[in-house]
Write a protein that binds this ligand. Sequence first.
Ligand SMILES: Nc1nc2c(c(=O)[nH]1)N[C@H]1C(S)=C(S)[C@@H](COP(=O)(O)OP(=O)(O)OC[C@H]3O[C@@H](n4cnc5c(N)ncnc54)[C@H](O)[C@@H]3O)O[C@H]1N2
Ligand code: MOO
Length: 415
Amino acid sequence: MLSPERALQIVLDQAYLLEPVELRLLDSRGMTLAEEIVSDMDIPPFDNSAMDGFAIRSPDTLGASLHNPVRLKVLEEDLPAGHTTQKSLMPGYAFQIMTGAPIPAGADAVIPVEDVEMRNEEIWISRPYKTHTNIRDRGEEVWAGEVVLTQGKTIYPADIGLLASLGRSKVAVIRKAKVAVIATGDELIDIEENLQPGLIRDSNSYSLTAQIAEAGAIPQRVGIVADQRELVRQALERSLMECDIVLTSGGVSVGKYDLVKEVVEELGAELKFWKVSQKPGKPLAFWTYGQKLVFGLPGNPVAVMFCFERYVRPLILKMMGRGEIFRPTVKAALAHDLKIKTERTQFMRVIVGRKGEVLWASSTGAQGSGILRSMSLANGIATIPPQKEIWKQGELVEVMLIREIEERPERLPPA
Ligand SMILES: Nc1nc2c(c(=O)[nH]1)N[C@H]1C(S)=C(S)[C@@H](COP(=O)(O)OP(=O)(O)OC[C@H]3O[C@@H](n4cnc5c(N)ncnc54)[C@H](O)[C@@H]3O)O[C@H]1N2
Ligand code: MOO
């Protein structure tokens, strides 16, 4: 059976970069920049004051001391931010100036208001100031002609701010992937319907929709489709037309009503693999249909979410041009002994916490592929390779972090 590593490679080999679109600045957050941003101006655009205080000529303060303060006459006109003056500063005078206001001609330093004594229309200065004190230079942040953001960068809030200061109301980004979610199964009802004997609520299309949105893509929740060939085919055909990636949940195992495989292949999709040597998620299937990509996710609620994390999420991020497509991983010590079946790689839901210098990983409890709580409690998924059956407390395992590390030791199960 295919190893999880090989399966991931096959999936990622099918990734292609989605096209760029032009979006309004605020809509670009979290997306990949599809152009190089070159500044057409200096930032700041003019020399300005870093403090509320007095713009002065530094040579005027030479020799100033507590016992022999220099006295400068404060001009009547003051300089708030947003205001420019035609006057230039003459020796012996000072302009009152606010943070961000342009430095007037003649001035070369700003003394903060709290460092001078005000007496009538004068300021008394009790020490010398060097030229350039408290002045922010034109272009000290960005020069005209400089590359400010490189193509391929993920756009974070600071980048949005930079783009705004450059006057960019629109920006070219790689568009978001559209991902359809089809939940198959005769046993499924939607949240608000009444439970009847033998039925369960569809949770997979909800958890998957949330995972797609969390990855920054656009979910299209088709909803529940009964185990009937024609209905499954219609839902697939429509989703393949409208979306880049189609996820089905359920119906990919070997049950009598597991139709998904057959129907996808009848449509003409090419099977890339079926079955991966992993628990959860063994019957995972992956097809290509032209440029469209289709995953048959196994219906068990943990299997569905795990397969998304491990295979679909990196694919989506790669197609959206993201540089970092994988979750961070850490090495953590097992907080307890472990006995596994060795035929498949086990992906164990864990809580990773820091105790002193050491990261510990503790199982979130019963690990059945249908036990969604084991996922809800987890901040990580540990890879337990199938080489051996018995694992001892303290042995190191690799953990993919899906949430922050637990830093409150009292929240951790006892080791
Ligand atoms: N004879 C065998 N039986 C099974 C095998 C096997 O190798 N031989 N594999 C098992 C494994 S492992 C898994 S995983 C499941 C996956 O099967 P399917 O993808 O066909 O999924 P279903 O049978 O449709 O459902 C499995 C399970 O999950 C529940 N489910 C399905 N959809 C939803 C949903 N939208 N929301 C919540 N829960 C859902 C469903 O009721 C079943 O309990 O097959 C094993 N069987
Ligand atoms: O692969 Mo299944 O998810 O073991 O239950």
